[in-house]
Design a protein around this ligand. Sequence first.
Ligand code: TXA
Ligand code: MG
Length: 399
Amino acid sequence: STQVLKCDPASISFDRDSEPHITSPQTLESLQAASRYLLDTLRPVAFPTETVYGLAAPALNAEASARIFSTKGRPADNPLIIHVSSESMLQSLLPPNYTLPDSYQILIKRFWPGPLTLLFPSDPAKIPSIITANHPTVAIRMPSHPVARALIAISNSPLAAPSANSSGKPSPTRAEHVFRDLGGKIGLILDGGACDVGLESTVVDGLHQDGNIRILRPGGVTVEEIEKALQQGLSGDPIPRVLVHRRDFTDDIIEQTPTTPGMKYRHYSPAVPVTLLRTVSTPPAGVQTPTPSVLLISLKSTTISRSPLKVGLLTPLESIVAKKLLEDPVIQWHQYVLGSLSEPAVIAKRLFDGLLTLEAEGVDLILVEEIPEENEGLAIMNRVQKAAGETCWVNLQSL
Ligand code: TXA
Ligand code: MG
């Protein structure tokens, strides 16, 4: 059976030396119990981070890290992120005499602790090869969630942690999500409430000779924020370019770059089919653009379901399609409003909860309306596209 222990993040603070101070006795007990469990049994523990819930194991122990892969059903060629609680813990993981690139010093100063993962050269004498999946680099971040950072500090060990979901499922942003997915498979979940960011960390590779910054996975820190931090931090010096793989390559400062090993897998999919509704851009030549009524007819005819058809609709507050679709009297709609387009961070925070909530409500399929790929929108649309089995362009003229 799976034990759930509560932690109050507000009761935890850190001093200048990254030492945690915990005022709630219950929170201290939960953290100590989780730490003992991690180190004594070498079995993984689910814990909250500011991005999503993670599934932790002591990173320098290969056997413990292997259990992460078996618990999630994760392919062995997908490397793990190591989480640290202090800069000295980061140093302890790096090759001897390694100096950080200037760009990393700026990014660490600005975004750590927080949802930014950086690649570093991996020292094989220190980092088990199971963590890096034999890549020459290791991904490391310092989470800002007090429960995550305190668990690492109290364990006095860096923790390897992927998201705490079965491989391929949406990432959990609440303890209940973890319980629903991995309950019975893991011994312990630390419950620290809902995650603030709601999407995984941004994975950045700044190790190339050209000095440019490659965004391997868009996430909690936006491309715009990274560009701004580098411009401010490197004033006078040449500013590295920030390269990101986008769906279309119309923006001329953007070029195609490799994504993370993890990005080749279908990801973030609930048990029900997901369709992305594209509304904002011009469809490519030859692509059909059904009116909402045509779309609904085809949904009704292609979906094997009980009647009435239950359809989940995930939209921004300013939805373009909702009004028209909800007019359909035959479909039983389950709308989940993500938040206003003026606050994409709120949409990011609620996206996985939206997918998981609609799945739990037993809908037959989920339609997700696209949002502009700016700021948090880039990471949001990246996750939606990976969740979606198909894309449907809606004819805007008919709305
Ligand atoms: O926000 C997060 O990053 C969450 C929380 C728990 O910290 N963790 C997370 O881990 O999202 P995971 O395993 O679900 O995703 C890690 C991503 C994968 O896409 C993986 O391929 C990539 O990071 N990655 C890890 N090590 C890498 C490396 N050495 N080179 C390139 N990509 C790497
Ligand atoms: Mg994941």
